[in-house]
Design a protein. Sequence first.
Length: 355
Amino acid sequence: MRFDLELPSQPATSHRVAVLLINLGTPDAPTPRAVRRYLAQFLSDPRVVEIPALVWQPVLRGLILPLRGRSSARKYASVWMQEGSPLRVYTEKQVEALRTLLHANDYPVIVDYAMRYGTPGIGAMLNQLKLAGAERVLLMPMYPQYSSSTTATAFDAAFAALGRMRNQLEIRTVRHYADHPAYIGALAEQVRAYWAVHGTPNFASGDKVILSFHGVPKRTLDLGDPYHGQCQQTAAMLTAALGLTATECLVTFQSRFGRAQWLQPYTAPTVRELGAAGVRRADVLCPGFTADCLETIEEIGIEVRDEFLHAGGKEFHRIPCLNAAPAWIAALGEIVAQQLQGWPAHAPAAAGALA
């Protein structure tokens, strides 16, 4: 895959450019204390839990954090890698791979990452990029589909940090890339690469592919959040790219929290019903996650897998997220390059191409 950057012939080294990948976040350690600290920040965000703080905070502090802190810590411990949290490990690999790709094509921008919750925080990283000489920053959320509770709150944090700066950075934002051909192509390549090693489902016998997106409360759809529609758009494009039908490739939503109605169908009950109905093999991919994390490794790879097998299913496959797969890094580079047009960090003799 090749794509061109239209760079001017005059250098603009006084306007150094940075790309900041933004992901949701992770506890610093798989311990109850660290998990409670992380959850307190995450679940106190009014864009995540849209309940008045006077009502919500006593419930959060008095009931949810004490109960979930220890149980969630056990789950994090079950997926923790030697290098740290999976989300952090894979995000750092994405940063390094993207930096290498851009630099190899004579575009030496600064590339780093921030977490909306936990460390490193978005505000702290913007300050660090400024100290490193950056004047222009592209905010690249690692959420392909836009949601108020993910993309918007990341931008909120960034603009709040700008509000504390006298000499502000110039900012661009990537709102979504749910339908970007390079992203869809990388997802399709990830599935095909997995099937090349583990075999292809027998769709003639009823095997299924499940595209599991992170859930959000249904009221967000009613209030105008485009997330649901963008998930369906991604799923339709990926289904077509794989040559599958809507009956062979299903869309579900996972990680429901609380008693309110969330986007449906829910992943775990759907997979359980498939197993009980005699479906032999289920392959689950999480297109909305660009890096594996607790929700993909533990929730899908352990909890949902057990639901399917206990219901009568015979073969369960969790297809890994994009992580640092070459096809995804190339796609990420293409998306970033398109957004950086007109922001040369260094002008080579001729327009470069990323491959």
